[in-house]
Design a protein around this ligand. Structure first.
Ligand SMILES: [Zn+2]
Length: 95
């Protein structure tokens, strides 16, 4: 069990480097773990996860994000046109 006297400081985001990620949850046992969320890239992690998920050096290079490029990302797939419903069609409703 973790030392309850240890204070976990909200770190910067290991994925994009945004300072002061938001703490969104704490363990029921004080000091055991905390859950953090980055408001820039929406990466979330628990303080007890391995370095590959919690430190900038451990995050895989291909998984890192430069916040300056977030607006250049591709748009989510377009919503397809709505299908014609019975109310919109000229056909009589099926019974
Ligand atoms: Zn981030």
């Amino acid at each position: 069990m973790a030392d309850p006297n240890i204070t976990i400081v909200a770190p910067s985001c290991p994925r994009c480097g945004t300072p002061r990620a938001q703490r969104v949850a704490r363990s029921p046992v004080p000091g055991a773990w905390e859950m953090h969320l980055c408001g820039t890239c929406f990466y979330s992690w628990r303080s007890t996860e391995p370095a590959y998920a919690t430190t900038p050096e451990g995050i895989a290079r291909g998984f890192r994000i430069d916040p300056a490029t977030l607006s250049l990302g591709k748009v989510m797939p377009a919503v397809p046109p709505l299908r014609e419903t019975v109310a919109q069609s000229d056909e009589p409703p099926r019974t």
